[in-house]
Design a protein around this ligand. Sequence first.
Ligand code: FAQ
Length: 332
Amino acid sequence: MYGGGYIHQDPNQKPKSHLAEGEDPIRLAEFEARIAAGDKIEPRDWMPAEYRRQLIRMIEQHAHSEVIGSLPEGTWITRAPGFRRKMALMAKVQDEIGHAQLLYSAAETLGKPREQMINDLINGKSKYSNVFNYPAKTWADVAVIGFLIDAAAIVNQVANSKGSYGPYCRALERICYEESFHLKQGHDIFVFLATGTEVQKEMVQQALNRWWKPIMHFFGPSDKSSVHTETLMRWKVKMASNDDMRQQFLNMYVPKIREVGITIPDAELKKNPLTNEWEFGDPDWAEFYEVIKGNGPCNSERIAVRKWAEDHGRWVREALLKPSHRYTVPLA
Ligand code: FAQ
């Protein structure tokens, strides 16, 4: 059984040093005191090199996830059933790209140029969320993504918007408003299908069967296998552990899925009457690690599409960056 988060700590292990070579322990102590007092750290403030490195890694991965995350649903814009569904989906997909813009800007404040981030994505150096390496086979997959992946993202982002790095927190606050609309449109489609004809209900059930494991993986490995949680929580970049976020998601959304007659594909899922929490079965962590290594069902396709967009959009970026003719043509 899984569930119930804790960070594994070996009592014999020496505490990890959070200082890079040459960094001043007094400055680190002052920095940590500011974080403990709930201050926001801003781009020009002193910060340990490891804090900067971790933030770049996490915000960049988040930005890439928004870009790549627009692809599975994006393929359904032309096939959405009806004009209103099409308009809502187009607006949602466009929002996700807007989130990427906000996040790349937040990561840039830490010193990594956007072009380098995009190159690292295309070259496979940077990760992005596991979930977007699965195909959206039917319209019901759009319902599951919009309802449950956006819900999972909200659980994570509402918590982390209270974190320590100002630009990231402000970006997350704005993103969360828009994600709430995404969740509503996903929930509306999910309920419509689940309470529709037998064929529609079966379609949404099959979609949930496909997405459940990746959604469990979305929150990251269990706390005892997580590499970065301890450091990130110490510096209030992550405001809850992977297991705690996963548990919060289960407690909120398992009842909402079951109330419309859809079965969650986990035979071991049950509510513990003592803790009142949903306990779940092994979500197959071997699959998670394969997917984040690049071996998921759609990894190569996703990166190929992103590379195509990058190559074909180059002339637009170059045109935008050129000085305007208005200023180069002398006035008569
Ligand atoms: N996928 O030590 P931890 C969205 C990697 S936005 C891929 O536990 P950490 C909107 C991790 O990077 C979705 N890789 O890592 C939307 C690390 O590898 P590294 C994205 C993962 O950072 C909705 C290694 O495993 N959200 O969905 C994943 O403490 C619908 C060890 O893991 C964010 O990025 C994963 N799921 O915790 C768009 C939120 N989990 O870097 C379109 C911000 C772990 O050492 C449609 N990020 N790994 O090579 C976070 O909160 C954290 O980074 C976690 C992972 C919780 C994702």
